[in-house]
Design a protein around this ligand. Sequence first.
Ligand code: FES
Ligand code: FES
Length: 157
Amino acid sequence: MSIEVSMTVNGRAVTREVDDHTLLVHYIREHLGLTGTHVGCDTAQCGACTVLRDGRAVKSCNQLAAMAVGCRITTIEGVASPDGTLHPLQDAFRRKHGLQCGYCTPGMVMSALDLLRRNPHPTEQEIAEQLDGNLCRCTGYYNIVKAIHAASRAMSA
Ligand code: FES
Ligand code: FES
């Protein structure tokens, strides 16, 4: 059955007619063309599909688009400034080599944004706990933690 699904994505009101079983990640990627949100597992384990839903990090592969009707969704495409200036968190990932292949990076950034909003000065332990649901095959996580620390300093400066 087709249903009309409306939400706000990166500050823009959107409406699409989709199958009622459409996952939020497929709504974002296939119906809105925002392919920065990745699919790594489709089973809610890797975190590559993480987006912000009303400010909280959620895995968009384990919920229906219909569950986000009326919500405010932020994807990685909505993180930098409109003029292309990187968010301090994105800049810190770049400067601290917090990525290699980059596949996990959008999910890492969205998850870290949620953490820094709730806890502007997280400890390494708190960062590690937040990233528990985000897998990276390349970096060994060390530089990701360093990047999030650096961003927390930059954002509070
Ligand atoms: Fe959603 Fe892996 S694709 S957690
Ligand atoms: Fe390759 Fe994380 S940078 S999976």
